[in-house]
Design a protein around this ligand. Structure first.
Ligand SMILES: [Zn+2]
Length: 351
């Protein structure tokens, strides 16, 4: 907490020119102040934190009851001497989009995530994500918009035809996303997988919306287990993407909790006996497949795992995210018990 700022040098500059003064104040505020609710506040020490698009480690809270003190909370354990980062602007979108945001603040971001995406340029992995994004922008998204389902409250539970059309589109989206998954590099760290998945995040979220429509208006072209399987696959991708960009945001916590619930429900469906999951990179990425396809996989890259293993690793992931976000322990959280507090804690973020 800082209760005064070193204003001497600033005072000297402010006296020079009225025009320069207003420009200078704008620059100082836009680059250093924190937007908190409906206010924009300037604090000395927190303003010294540098920006990162992929390794945000802090969340700022303003404690009004303590005279507007600022509390900066670490989102994970930090080592002595490690630099802390904060996000100056929304970190969604490609490196080009983010660089235009950083250019507007007169710097070029060279954080770990931007460096990773720059290294990716010119590779087959980059080409396939660009092709998938183009496919989404030119064909899949217009198709989704054409289905006219973008208001959840307007969805009718008896609109079977609409559900079937969304299911067909969902197959298309899933196919495009799987073309991207072929190019995961087994040497990537988890965070690099997350950043890679973030490049096609609009496809995953559009797929999740289609799942939502199918859930609400039961179609005839699919059964519940198939729908759950696709939903789990898409949720895995979104959870991994946000784990390294928006670790403790409301949507991330909601999705990871939903993934766990869906995996458990899928486990209880007898139809799941026909499905297996291929995983790579220490079970961080999971893709559902028919068991009969096992022999088609190259064994070095993919590891077939039991859904119970996925549930165990997702439970761990969910506990870690909730415990760090809310400062509680796993026993208090009580995942998988009738008195789980996960939904209640999540609700507090909306208040
Ligand atoms: Zn960056």
């Amino acid at each position: 907490m800082v209760d005064s700022l070193p204003l001497t040098r600033l005072d000297a500059r402010l006296e020079n020119s009225a025009v320069f003064t207003s420009k200078l104040i704008n620059v100082i505020v836009s680059r250093n102040a924190f937007d908190v609710g409906d206010r924009c506040l300037l604090y000395g020490l927190p303003a010294m934190m540098n920006h990162s698009c992929g390794a945000k480690q802090t969340t700022a809270h303003i404690l009004a009851k303590l005279g507007d003190a600022m509390l900066v909370r670490a989102e994970r354990d930090i080592n002595a001497g490690e630099e802390l980062f904060h996000s100056y602007f929304p970190v969604s979108g490609s490196v080009r989009t983010r660089r235009s945001r950083s250019a507007a603040m007169d710097f070029e971001c060279a954080c770990e995530r931007c460096s990773f995406e720059c290294r990716l340029q010119g590779t087959a992995a980059a080409a396939v994500t660009t092709a998938a994004s183009d496919e989404f922008a030119t064909r899949l998204q217009p198709k989704l918009l054409g289905l006219g389902s973008l208001d959840s409250s307007a969805l009718r539970t008896d609109d079977v035809e609409s559900a079937d059309r969304h299911w067909a589109l969902l197959q298309d989206i899933q196919q495009t996303l799987r073309s991207v998954s072929v190019y995961y590099d087994p040497n990537w760290a988890d965070k690099e997988v997350g950043w890679y998945l973030h490049l096609v995040l609009p496809l995953s979220t559009a797929g999740l919306w289609c799942c939502h429509v199918c859930y609400k208006s039961r179609g005839t072209e699919y059964d519940r287990a198939s729908l759950l399987t696709v939903r789990c696959e898409l949720l895995f991708q979104v959870v991994l993407a946000w784990e390294h960009t928006d670790l403790h945001g409301y949507d991330h916590l909601k999705n990871i909790h939903l993934l766990l619930a869906n995996l458990n429900e899928l486990d209880s469906c007898s139809a799941n006996d026909l499905m297996a999951w291929k995983c790579t990179l220490r079970n961080t990425l999971a893709i559902a497949m028919e068991k009969s396809e096992h022999h088609k996989l190259d064994g070095d890259r993919w590891e077939v795992v039991d859904i119970r293993d996925l549930i165990a690793s997702t439970t761990e992931r969910c506990e870690l995210a909730y415990c760090r976000r809310f400062g509680v322990d796993r026993h208090f959280l009580g995942l998988g018990t009738s008195c789980s507090r996960a939904a209640g804690l999540l609700q507090t973020l909306k208040l």
